[in-house]
Design a protein around this ligand. Structure first.
Ligand SMILES: C[S@@+](CC[C@H](N)C(=O)[O-])C[C@H]1O[C@@H](n2cnc3c(N)ncnc32)[C@H](O)[C@@H]1O
Length: 240
């Protein structure tokens, strides 16, 4: 009988391969199978782009996932991917599962872990954390994000009106908005209302060749979109 393999869920950071951890690199080199996510709306996997220097086609498996929030289709998709991962590990393969940014911060690997429960022993799974998009965005602008006892809220834009998160926004000192998509204008109107004395960083595609950074939200050019973007807003501004 084959010896069981292993699964590493690795966060590859948001764009710059230089932010990959040594552990992630070790796992990538050791892997016999590398699984990369591809949203059905895209031609390339953003996570794979970051590590492509270390990934040869023979070890690569790209899996598609639907761009839907419909829970049943999503659950079916994650179950299928998790079953494939479990079968590979059972066969003795060393599987790396790529995720963008950090492995457990709004990442697909969260769902895979939940679906894998009971299918492979916990000691066969290792999560390697990565740099989140918002950590890289703050760093790119040397932007002091939170200090002392200040409260940080990380908010993916909710379905429905942004007023749904107003309470949390008002209780926090700094807010990170993620998953902005096509709602950048709506978010700017909300931020102007809630944070008149703010300091901010808008960061799109941080760490990639298409990176765009902006500190002055009043001067955000018309054509900028919210895809693969984060907005960090510090309520009290930045004081010397
Ligand atoms: C599915 S979540 C993944 C989050 C990721 N695991 C992390 O740790 O940042 C996708 C969201 O992450 C943010 N994101 C990911 N990569 C980014 C990048 N290179 N630049 C700016 N935002 C990014 C965007 O808000 C995007 O909508």
């Amino acid at each position: 009988m084959n010896k069981r393999g292993h699964l590493w869920g690795i966060g590859v950071g948001p764009g710059d391969p230089g932010l990959l951890t040594l552990k992630a690199l070790e796992a990538l080199k050791e892997a016999t199978v590398i699984m990369a996510p591809l949203a059905s709306s895209r031609e390339e996997s953003a996570a794979l782009q970051i590590v492509k220097e270390w990934v040869d086609e023979t070890r690569l498996r790209v899996y598609g996932f639907p761009m839907t929030r419909e829970p049943d289709s999503l659950a079916a998709c994650w179950r299928e991917v998790a079953d494939e991962v479990a079968a590979l590990v059972e066969k003795g393969e060393k599987v790396v599962f790529l995720t963008l940014g950090d492995a457990l911060t709004y990442s697909t690997f969260n769902y895979i872990l939940q679906q894998l429960a009971g299918k492979i022993p916990p000691e066969c799974v290792t999560t390697i954390p990565g740099v989140t998009s918002f950590a890289a965005a703050a760093a790119a602008e040397n932007f002091p994000m939170v200090c002392g006892e200040e409260l940080l809220a990380v908010i993916p834009l909710p379905d429905g009106p942004l007023s749904r998160v107003r309470g949390l926004v008002r209780e926090s000192d700094t807010v990170v908005f993620m998953k902005i998509g096509n709602r950048l204008k709506e978010l700017m109107a909300f931020v102007n209302e809630e944070f008149p004395d703010r300091a901010a960083v808008f960061a799109s595609r941080v760490g990639t060749p298409g990176q765009y950074l902006c500190r002055d939200l009043d001067r955000l050019p018309e054509g900028v979109d919210g895809y693969l973007s984060v907005l960090i807003v510090r309520k009290a501004g930045i004081k010397p």
